[in-house]
Design a protein around this ligand. Structure first.
Ligand code: PEP
Ligand code: MG
Length: 754
């Protein structure tokens, strides 16, 4: 066959004519396999498509026995054709029968064919079929021939997209009445139950037209596509826009290099000149690149593959006018947004009245997007064990954000049981509401203080609704993250005042800016860091750029006029840093006073304790602070040297482990000794089992997400702390990786509601 690259215009024109004709899909398919066989001088050309999820069925053949059509079926993974479908990679074999996977099907009469080349038919990156050619003689198919077959396979995917070849009815008649029902699991990031329809965060790239007769027009389209792609990359890099998918500069630098690569562009242009549309040409070159890179042993190149895939997809999005996210469009009612991952600011861009739940392929429980979801009360499941990006917009979906289950197109019995669960949960929530004004006191009469973590104005409403007695941690950075420019002092002060006013006399502890790590802001250029969580972040930035901290403190002092200002600093690593930060606050206070501005009646200054080194300076630190607040999310990530945002590590080290609990006990004992109030505001306090352990270790003030107040309060009111203290004492000296099972048994035998 003349390689496509060398413009076999005639064949592409014929292919175009066949695909554009009014013939039935199966007739068109037969014509295509015939065309391929003739042009490729192959004795056989066959097309297989996947039916019912995991069976490949022969749909058309030139050369094999006609009676095998719709009769020959292989499981995905079975035989050579099944192998191509399972791996998504091509096979090019001069002696196919020697291959260990070769499976002979007598009805096809294929025993006489020695050589074989088979390529996957891909639709949005997913294998939907296999296209194969065979020859009697042992021959090697050239690289150009392989590329040509891939192009034709790509065009054939159109038949599946259009639904003409395999209709939904066919799938039902094929016996799979429950086709479309999917069930998978993940990790609960934010609790709740939701029913709704799938909305893909980034629209799917469904190429509907592969062939074009006007290549000049397509080349122009490509020019524009590249232009807007580069513009988008520049925008992200200059950080004019907020939080884009947590991308890092290093990756973006590589993207830009690829995007400017002349070789890549020339290949795409060649493919366009051979008769493809611009988007199909990008896809074709990407399929080729992928198959070449998959064969390489070089780990660096293989890693770059996902970058290239992402870049090619971005370019296709620009070519198809689909560069935004679903937040830019109007959402259907009851939307369940499905994404690979997203940043907190992206989540905030959605219309919350219509957003019922979010599913993330990746993510982690302590990432900020998960924290924001909990704050907003939006159920979120992440780290899902199936490819959720394959779902289609509009599919019906149930998100069981209590046990981490997801059902797509649920059958009636699941729907019914789910609705029962909703009713049961509504009852439970009503019980939490009933407890709203009941004291937070243990069975043995010890009072516990439950306050909330917040960062958005609406969190204060959550505090009142749940009966929490204050805000233990107000994350001021959320306001900065959703702003494209540095918020000025006055709007900052107004915002903080609105929070203090809304809290209506209940104390609010503001934490100064904690940016860096996964919390990026648009107005501060940061270096490309290898370890951003260990890098230039939080108080480290504030002390190096004191103006930022000074302005924020000024805004806080202004906002707290006539009341108590509670303020603390994030990521303090040594006593000197705390002293310096406190001295900046003191300077701002005296400046404020000198200017005769209304002052706070009282100022309490404390620190977050989230870096292990500070634990070993407590005797020097505690005399200087008014309070301590443990950020266990960071404290544990540094304690275990385990990235809190890395999904591969999220279940690896347990906070409820003897060494971690020993450290927490040490901190609590030190604070009692120095009579310094202690709060814990990390995520462990929001889980009933974690809260139980903390109370047993001496903790009496927990700051948790508003949604956790009810369950934690219910646990507290059923607990006898004296009993729990005795029980945990021995456990913290054990060497197991965690003490969860023991705590659960304790709760069960003593009627503690966890
Ligand atoms: C923490 O680290 O536990 C904490 C409360 O702060 P953040 O989650 O905002 O880093
Ligand atoms: Mg922290």
């Amino acid at each position: 066959m003349t390689p496509i690259k060398n413009a076999p215009r005639q064949m592409m024109r014929q292919l175009h004519e066949i695909m554009a004709s009014a013939d039935e899909a199966e007739v068109r398919l037969n014509k295509v396999v015939h065309l391929v066989a003739v042009n490729m001088v192959a004795e056989v050309c066959s097309a297989y498509f996947i039916r019912g999820g995991d069976t490949l069925e022969l749909f058309a053949t030139e050369g094999l026995k006609a009676e095998a059509v719709h009769h020959t079926r292989l499981r995905v993974g079975e035989g050579l054709v099944g192998l191509v479908a399972a791996t998504g990679s091509s096979l090019n074999l001069s002696n196919a029968q020697d291959h260990p996977k070769f499976a002979y099907r007598p009805e096809t009469g294929e025993e006489i064919y020695k050589s074989m080349m088979a390529v996957p038919i891909l639709r949005t990156g997913k294998v939907v079929g296999v296209l194969a050619v065979q020859n009697k003689a042992s021959r090697h198919y050239s690289e150009e021939e392989e590329e040509a077959l891939q192009t034709i396979a790509m065009v054939l995917a159109e038949l599946v997209v259009s639904g003409d070849l395999i209709t939904a009815q066919d799938e039902k008649d094929g016996g799979d009445e429950r086709a479309g029902i999917k069930h998978f699991g993940g990790m609960v990031f934010a609790e709740g139950l939701a029913e709704g329809v799938v909305v893909l965060h980034e629209p799917k790239l469904e190429i509907l037209q592969h062939l074009s007769e006007d290549y000049k027009l397509q080349l122009e389209k490509l020019d524009k596509g590249f232009e807007s792609l580069l513009k988008q990359l520049d925008e992200i890099m200059s950080a004019e826009d907020i939080l884009h998918h947590g991308e890092h500069r290093e990756i973006l630098d590589v993207y830009k290099l690829f995007a400017r690569d002349k070789g890549w562009r020339l290949k795409i242009e060649d493919a366009i000149e051979s008769g493809l549309t611009a988007e199909a040409a990008v896809e074709k070159i990407q399929v080729e690149n992928r198959s070449k890179m998959m064969k390489t042993e070089d780990p660096y190149l293989r890693e770059r593959l996902s970058d290239l895939d992402d870049l090619a997809n971005r370019l296709i999005r620009h070519l198809m006018g689909k560069a935004g996210t679903a937040a830019d469009k109007s959402l259907p009612q009851e939307a369940v947004v499905v994404a690979n991952n997203m940043g907190p600011a992206e989540l905030l861009e959605y219309d919350r009245d219509k957003l019922n739940a979010v599913l993330l392929q990746e993510g982690s429980h302590t990432s900020h997007v998960a924290i924001v979801a909990r704050a907003l009360g939006i159920p979120m499941i992440g780290q899902i064990d199936e490819n959720i990006l394959d779902l289609d917009d509009g599919e019906q979906i149930i998100v069981h954000g209590l046990d981490g289950e997801v059902y797509v197109n649920p059958p009636p019995e699941i729907l019914e049981s789910y609705r029962d669960t909703i009713a049961a949960r509504a009852k439970l929530l009503a019980r939490y509401d009933d407890m709203r004004d009941k004291p937070v006191i243990t069975k043995d009469g010890i009072e516990i203080e439950l306050v909330i973590n917040g960062g958005l104005a609406m969190d204060i409403e959550g505090m009142h609704r749940t009966g929490a007695t204050g805000v233990g941690l107000f994350r001021t950075e959320f306001q900065f993250m959703i702003s494209k420019t540095l918020p000025r002092i006055n709007p900052q002060a107004e915002f903080y005042k609105s929070i203090i006013d809304a809290a209506d006399g209940k104390p609010v502890t503001f934490r100064t800016l904690d940016i860096g790590g996964d919390k990026e802001v648009s107005f501060l250029k940061r270096d490309n860091e290898d370890n951003p969580a260990l890098g230039w972040r939080a108080i480290r930035i504030a002390l190096d750029r004191p103006a930022l901290l000074r302005y924020q403190l000024r805004a806080l002092i202004t906002a707290a006029a006539g009341t108590t200002l509670n303020v603390m600093f994030p990521m303090i690593t040594n006593v000197a840093e705390f002293k310096l930060a406190k001295s900046i606050l003191e300077k701002e206070l005296s400046r404020h006073k000198q200017n005769n501005r209304p002052m706070p009646t009282e100022v309490k200054v404390g620190t977050m304790l989230e870096v292990p080194s500070l634990v070993w300076q407590m005797d020097a630190l505690l005399p200087l602070v008014d309070f301590i607040s443990i950020g266990s999310n960071d404290l544990m990530q540094f304690f275990y040297a385990s990235d809190r945002d890395n999904p591969k590590l999220s279940n690896r080290y347990d906070t409820l482990s003897p060494p971690a609990l020993k450290m927490l006990k040490y901190i609590s004992d030190k604070c009692s000794e120095h009579e310094i109030p202690l709060t814990l505001c990390g995520e462990i306090g929001g889980k009933t089992l974690g809260a139980l352990a903390l109370l047993a270790l001496g903790y009496r003030r927990l700051s948790v997400a508003p949604a956790a107040i009810g369950p934690v309060k219910m646990m507290i009111r059923s607990l006898d702390i004296g009993q729990a203290e005795d029980f945990i004492e021995e456990l913290v000296s054990r060497s197991e990786p965690n003490i969860r099972a023991e705590l659960r048994t304790f709760a069960r035998t003593n009627g503690v509601r966890i």
